[in-house]
Design a protein around this ligand. Structure first.
Ligand code: KOT
Length: 829
């Protein structure tokens, strides 16, 4: 507009005075402006939280500029776009991540220091955005960061829950859940789009009618809820590209409960309207067991319907018909949670666009790709047909039609093998008829991805064997990765600086393969010393946190041994605790001289148990009970401490991971689809003690068995071990430690009985007993390695170097090329 008319857009551009500037002076002005006009405090009197808010708004302004430019550019270029559909995103804090990716961290720190504030202190004011449960949800967040950084024309879509993942409170060692009302203090990172809203319909009935001489199924819905968009800009690192995470919130629609208005019940009508908002109220915290809840199905359909309306509107803005749809749109299903979008797209193309079955199906089968994140049968979603019929009657019809066509096609290929036909059917027959959402997703997607090589092998040979044999070409895997921007640059600034110093460049932050060059210096004693100094600084931070949270003072000379993740039997936190009891028992039985040889340990456990998962809750209580005994035993002193870190979340992870020496990933082989925590620890130079499960097998290839502590049964050995009575093979040490718990050595004898029963008396489904001896050996090997400081620091450096493969940048590039067919679209400014 420059030089053009000084009215309208020309005048506006002139007034804008170019883009916002990033020097400390300009940032200061913006911060003070926001103190006064956004936070509405006096610029002469505002506290740390208000300063954080003002800083956040100043950063947000810069994000918005880039967001606009990026979206404008995408619109102009009209590339094929990727839409990432996920019911969960675990974003954590945004401030530090944004200022790093915008390249303005130092400027912000300087601006604040002149105003009398400390950047780090303000960053701590922010609460986590915890719109997800665990691995799957944090993976979505890492992938959004990589999509933006690598300039892909992508958008994320999800739900804006009012309550994120519950807060974990520990009282007397027991877990209690409290609501996470994360929006209480406002959310500067989102932009409410009151004008971007779509009606989403539920319930009602379907009738066959003749429209324009053709027979049609007409859905007359019974309820309409409005979906309102909230945009969350996701900045890339070292690029202007800033993509969008659009989250939907439910609001009453104008037509909601019109009946009550008509009957004159005004007050009740208003009260009823608020019920619409329930849909986006709360995140389901139990992420592995499906109970066919109506609200859950409504959440899924709500976000999917709004997202597809939005995607189709954007497509139609430029394209006259749907022929190009598969060339312009890729829809990624993050597990089965958004899979109702398959039936919804079919419905829109059939009933609203009137494309006919053949054409609609041809489009649908080209656009969806599906990634599964589990091997646990109880995590595979099944929706009772009755529930479906009630909530989404037209979608159920469409699913039946898809299944009918699929069954016919299958019969042609495999003949009358009824047991296989019934296993593969989308509809599960039985006392309760169910829709198998995974089967629907496989049948209708062009690609099915696993999240590690081992996971892919299990999908092919066990979980989806029938489907693999039918369509081997559909199956792929993309080993998970995590973003080095958050997991090194943001969370471990000292290590970041050290890596850049030794590599002579910061380019590894975008080009992760460069990180592997650290290998060349792994045996350099100068680097080793500096490396261990950084680790010490991080251990100090963590030790302070532990003391504040649990009152336990820990020694920095001790090995910090950490297991932080959701609590689940298959992840075997119980194995860890029984191992700690064994260590304690050994120390107690040692003479003075022997004790001198013990490598001191601080064992750290953290994680949330799903609220209804009794055994997981008992594991948390056991951890506290054992900690109480050990930490107060003067006999043991600094040789052993056990601490439970409450309310483990993304920002706690950012503190814990850099300060760890050893981390445990000890799931029963064949149960963890991938695991991503291990990758974050690896990046931070933390050694791994692990089973050969999930992505660990690929980590072994990168770093070598000699630099890790691997133990336990292999994936292929597990089924045979389960056949036998595992208690027979449980070693004496195992029997002894379980007995200590049973006999009430740590109190709560009756309460822990069922926990002990779960690993004895011929049960022990997760094979704690049969893996116990090799677990203890791996722990002993870790002790021996820790004593040799030179060797340990070399191994630690090799861990970081080996983590290059486990960047989500690599994962996303592979998806873009092999699954989605999208290319980078870089904003030129
Ligand atoms: C939750 C519900 C249903 C199905 C799967 C899940 C799920 C799986 N939630 N988190 N996961 C984890 O996803 C991570 C990312 O792929 C994996 O690394 C990890 O092994 C899964 O357990």
């Amino acid at each position: 507009f420059v030089g053009k008319s000084k009215t309208g857009p020309g005048r506006m551009f002139e007034l804008m005075d170019g883009f916002l500037k990033n020097d400390p002076g300009s940032l200061q002005k913006d911060i003070l402006h926001h103190v006064e006009y956004t936070v509405a405090r006096s610029r002469f009197s505002f506290d740390d939280f208000e300063a954080y808010q003002a800083l956040a708004h100043s950063v947000r302004d810069r994000l918005i500029e880039r967001w606009h430019d990026t979206q404008q550019h995408f619109k102009k270029k009209d590339p094929k776009r990727l839409y990432f559909l996920s019911l969960e995103f675990l974003m954590g804090r945004s401030l530090s991540n944004s200022v790093i990716n915008l390249g303005i961290r130092d400027q912000c720190a300087e601006a604040l220091s002149q105003l009398g504030f400390e950047y780090e202190v303000l960053a701590e004011q922010e609460g986590d955005a915890a719109l997800g449960n665990g691995g799957l949800a944090r993976l979505s967040a890492c992938q959004m960061d990589s999509l933006a950084t690598l300039d892909y024309p992508a958008w994320g879509y999800g739900l804006r829950y009012q309550y994120g993942l519950f807060r974990q409170i520990i009282l007397d060692g027991f877990q209690y859940e409290q609501p996470d009302y994360w929006l209480n203090f406002g959310n500067p990172w989102e932009i409410e789009r009151v004008h971007v809203s779509y009606p989403v319909k539920f319930y009602g009935s379907v009738t066959e009618e003749v429209v324009n001489g053709k027979k049609c199924n007409v859905w007359t819905p019974g309820e309409t809820v409005e979906a309102v968009a909230y945009d969350n800009p996701i900045p890339g690192y070292g690029t202007r590209n800033t993509i969008n995470l659009r989250l939907w919130a439910a609001k009453p629609s104008d037509g909601y409960d019109i009946e009550s208005y008509n009957t004159g019940d005004y007050i009740n009508a208003i009260v009823n309207r608020q019920k619409a908002e329930i849909i986006s109220n709360v995140l389901y915290p139990d992420d592995r067991s499906y109970q066919g809840k109506e609200l859950r199905l409504k959440q899924q359909y709500f976000f999917v319907s709004a997202s597809l309306q939005d995607i189709i509107r954007r497509f139609k803005d430029v394209h006259g018909n749907f022929d190009d749809f598969p060339d312009k749109v890729a829809l990624q299903l993050n597990d089965t949670h958004p899979s109702i979008s398959i039936a919804e797209l079919m419905r829109v193309l059939l009933d609203e666009e009137h494309l006919g079955w053949k054409k609609s199906w041809n489009i649908v089968k080209q656009v969806f790709s599906f990634t599964t994140h589990t091997v646990l049968p109880q995590a595979l979603e099944k929706v009772p047909v009755d529930l479906f019929q009630n909530v989404l009657p037209r979608h159920l019809q469409i699913i039946y039609d898809i299944n009918f066509a699929f069954m016919e096609e299958l019969k042609k290929k495999i003949g009358q093998d009824y047991s296989r036909l019934s296993r593969m059917s989308i509809v599960e027959e039985g006392a309760v008829k169910n829709i198998r959402v995974a089967n629907l997703s496989i049948v209708c997607s062009h690609t099915v991805n696993g999240v590690s090589r081992a996971h892919y092998e299990l999908l092919k040979t066990r979980v989806f064997k029938d489907f693999y044999e039918l369509w081997p070409e559909k199956f792929q895997y993309k080993t998970n990765g995590v973003t080095q921007r958050r997991w090194i640059v943001v969370s471990n600034p000292s290590l970041c600086a050290l890596i850049s110093k030794w590599l002579g460049t910061e380019s590894w932050i975008r080009d992760i393969d460069l990180l592997a060059h650290l290998r060349e210096y792994a045996s350099n004693s100068d680097l080793q010393q500096e490396w261990m100094t950084v680790k010490k600084i991080n251990k100090m931070r963590l030790a302070e946190y532990i003391e504040t949270m649990s009152g336990v003072k820990v020694s920095l000379d001790a090995m910090f041994d950490v297991q932080v993740k959701r609590i689940h039997e298959y992840k075997r936190q119980l194995l860890n605790i029984l191992g700690v009891i064994h260590r304690y028992d050994c120390i107690k039985n040692m003479g003075k001289d022997e004790r001198k040889k013990v490598v001191p340990r601080v064992c750290i456990i953290g994680g949330k148990a799903p609220p209804g998962y009794e055994i997981a809750k008992k594991i948390i209580k056991l951890c506290h009970a054992v900690a109480e005994t050990i930490n107060n035993d003067d006999d043991v002193g600094d040789l052993l401490k056990l601490v439970f870190i409450p309310d483990y979340n993304v920002s706690v992870a950012e503190l814990v991971i850099p300060g760890s020496d050893l981390s445990q990933h000890i799931s029963t082989a064949g149960h963890e689809a991938s695991g991503t925590g291990s990758m974050k620890f690896l990046m931070n130079g933390c050694l791994l003690l692990a089973t050969a499960d999930g992505s660990t097998n690929e980590i072994i290839e990168e770093i070598g068995l000699e630099n890790m502590f691997i133990f336990g049964a292999k994936i292929n050995e597990v089924p045979a071990l389960r056949e036998k009575d595992s208690t027979i093979k449980a070693p004496l040490q195992f029997v002894r430690v379980v007995r200590m718990v049973r006999d009430g050595y740590f109190g709560f004898k009756d309460y822990f009985k069922s926990l002990c029963d779960s690993v004895e008396n011929g049960k022990d489904f997760y094979l704690l007993g049969s893996d116990f001896a090799s677990y203890l050996e791996a722990q002993a090997a870790a002790d021996r390695a820790y004593v040799d400081k030179t060797k340990w620091s070399e191994m630690s450096i090799l861990c970081t170097a080996a983590s290059a493969k486990f960047s989500s940048d690599r994962t996303i590039e592979d998806y873009a090329e092999e699954t989605w067919g999208v290319q980078p679209c870089k904003c030129p400014f």
